[in-house]
Write a protein that binds this ligand. Structure first.
Ligand SMILES: [Zn+2]
Length: 542
């Protein structure tokens, strides 16, 4: 009896001593406005983090109790903290590969600024090197509200071939660019490209793509590609750039000009443990006509969900067959081939995300989803449709009935409130980098501004989400698409400490300032991956 009592005393003495060291937080954040994005959208003053996860969200007093002598204390000085953004549809892997070798117009608000970036790049590179702006901009972002002309580009970089792409619709090149690509006449353009002509019929130096993606893809393929090492470096720099904007996770839907062999640079970054953005990637059908065989072969050693919290395989999409890619009028044969792949994917428990811009033709896609669903229910597989501008309530209802989610990117994203009413899962994102900027605050501005007032799109105030709902879609909403909503997407105990401390309060800043918000401190799994301003010294100490 006495021995037992002594043993108990020793044990309790040990217990009392141990917690002060092993149970204290690695890091605490205090004096903040923490938007937890929990189910009640609670706001807290502080967070405690240990081993990469949040251990508590609470008041300053509660959080300070979690600190020990070794704990790093970050004073938020009233700043707003959000769960790191998860962009549910961004071509991040592709964008990263060329990030250090292309010129970037994100955030340039005048033609002059865009041209000065071209000029700077021309100074940094050897005469004769290509200068490439492969999308990520639009004329509306410039105060001149126009596209650059060939003359603008020649003035900025007289000694370089220059290539500028606008979405998948239009390209402009300098004469040196046309010469370097061997395009001497309209007949040398990839089909169905045409020279843009001015009122007198003279070529302007621009190319009109004539619908579809073929011209832009073919032209881009003729441009020099960065080396493997440049691509690895580019991925890391691009992740850091996204961290600067508070992004900590993405869904990557593959994309044009990104083939299976192009994944080696990102795999290298992952092996080096240098990923600072979590990626759930899906696989596109690579070659026209061979999609099914290739997908079967590629996924033989790639089960759904394979990977880890930094990089994992998340099924098929967004281009599964070429016949059904961005095509409002697929043939019966196109549809049957697509159905066979989807049926096989459902049977194997794979997730599918599908690019479909137009609501007017989405019945074709929904009918195929429904046909598969009748044989192999897809409810637990988290299938989704990306884009779907102006979705009608009826189409949304059909998606909801199958458990299909919706990833929204564009300002015209018309029916977000209808979708909310139906209880649909929505993820937000940018669709960067070719067709849009990767800045999440640009998408948020689009979502939040009543676009009738903006004169841009057919969405009225009744379909404009609240700031709370827009943030939900961009965090916990997006997390659902990769089965991660219990791990991240909100700042709650037990979840990964992926967060951003913002430069301005997202909830109260005037709408016209939303786009100017940046992160001052970004964490992924409790690790500081980006820090600036008052927190810059924390990053050098990491
Ligand atoms: Zn797409």
């Amino acid at each position: 009896m006495r021995i037992i009592r002594i043993a108990l005393l020793v044990a309790s003495a040990l217990c009392a001593a141990v917690p002060a060291f092993s149970q204290s937080a690695d890091t605490i954040l205090v004096n903040g406005k923490i938007l937890t994005v929990d189910p009640r959208f609670s706001t807290r003053e502080g967070l405690a983090i240990r081993d990469g996860r949040i251990t508590e969200a609470g008041s300053n007093t509660e959080i300070r109790k979690q600190a020990g002598p070794q704990t790093r204390v970050i004073d938020l000085q009233g700043r707003t903290v959000i769960p790191g953004f998860i962009d549910s549809h961004i071509h991040a892997i592709r964008a990263g590969q060329t990030f250090t070798t292309e010129v970037n117009w994100v955030g340039a608000n005048s033609i002059a600024e865009a041209m000065s970036r071209i000029h700077e790049a021309s100074q940094a590179k050897k005469p004769g090197s290509w200068l490439i702006v492969a999308g990520g901009w639009n004329a509306e972002q410039f105060k001149e509200k126009r596209r650059p002309t060939q003359a603008d580009l020649v003035a900025a970089a007289p000694n370089n071939p220059v290539y500028v792409q606008l979405g998948y619709d239009w390209e402009v090149m300098t004469p040196a660019g046309f010469a370097a690509m061997g395009i001497n006449s309209e007949a040398d353009l990839p089909h169905p490209g045409k020279f843009e002509r001015d009122a007198s019929g003279n070529p302007t130096g621009a190319i009109e793509d004539g619908g579809g993606f073929d011209v832009a893809i073919a032209l881009f393929d003729k441009l020099p590609h960065p080396t493997f090492d440049e691509q690895v470096e580019g991925e890391k720099k691009f992740f850091r750039e996204m961290n600067r904007l508070g992004v900590t996770g993405v869904g990557d839907p593959g994309g044009n000009n990104l083939n299976p062999e192009n994944y080696q640079p990102i795999f290298k970054v992952w092996r080096q443990h240098q990923m600072t953005v979590r990626i759930a990637y899906s696989l596109c059908g690579p070659s026209p006509g061979k999609e099914f065989d290739e997908l079967k072969s590629l996924t033989q050693m790639l089960p759904q969900g394979f990977g880890d919290d930094m990089l994992k395989f998340n099924g098929l999409g967004e281009r599964i067959t070429w016949g059904m890619n961005n095509n409002d009028h697929p043939t019966a044969e196109d549809q049957e081939k697509f159905y066979e792949i989807l049926r096989w994917a459902a049977q194997r428990g794979m997730t599918v995300t599908m690019h479909w811009p137009n609501d007017s033709s989405v019945d074709i896609l929904l009918a195929i989803y429904e046909r598969v669903n009748a044989e192999f229910p897809i409810k637990d597989l988290r299938w989704s449709i990306a884009h779907l501008t102006g979705a009608t309530p009826e189409h949304l209802r059909r998606m909801k009935a199958m458990g299909v989610g919706w990833t929204i990117q564009r300002p015209e994203a018309a029916s977000v409130e209808n979708a909310k009413e139906l209880g649909m899962t929505m993820g937000a994102g940018t669709d960067a980098h070719r067709v849009a900027s990767y800045n999440p605050f640009t998408t948020l501005k689009w979502l939040l501004v009543d676009s009738k007032k903006n004169g841009a799109a057919p969405r009225g105030p009744e379909q404009t989400p609240t700031r709370e709902d827009a943030l939900r879609a961009y965090t916990i909403g997006s997390a659902w698409f990769s089965f991660d909503e219990t791990k991240r997407g909100s700042l709650e105990p037990g979840k990964l400490a992926d967060l951003a401390v913002l430069s301005k309060d997202y909830m109260t800043v005037p709408l016209d300032q939303i786009e100017s918000i940046e992160s001052l401190l970004t964490m992924v799994g409790g690790k500081i991956v980006y820090a600036a301003g008052p927190y810059a010294r924390l990053e050098s100490a990491r």
